[in-house]
Write a protein that binds this ligand. Structure first.
Ligand SMILES: [Zn+2]
Length: 76
């Protein structure tokens, strides 16, 4: 299992997310961001919009960066 924060994945807060794979942690990150948006959190909304509005190329490089962070994170 590995641990990243919301911030490591392009988000605005220090919420900790854990998962056994990048895919799992990505799903938790998505759920977390959606939950915050549903609560009316503007900062998470801005982060989600920024991700959505990025070009495919930019999204690819963001995802590659997040995956690298996951791969480099120590096992817990
Ligand atoms: Zn967050």
């Amino acid at each position: 299992m590995k641990k990243l924060t919301c911030r490591d994945l392009g988000g605005p807060c220090a919420m900790e997310l854990t998962g056994d794979s990048f895919k799992e942690i990505g799903k938790k990150s998505y759920d977390h961001v959606m939950e915050q948006i549903n609560k009316g959190d503007q900062v998470h909304k801005a982060a989600a919009l920024k991700m959505r509005d990025a070009s495919q190329e930019e999204q690819r490089s963001m995802m590659a960066e997040y995956e690298k962070k996951f791969n480099e994170a120590p096992k817990i």
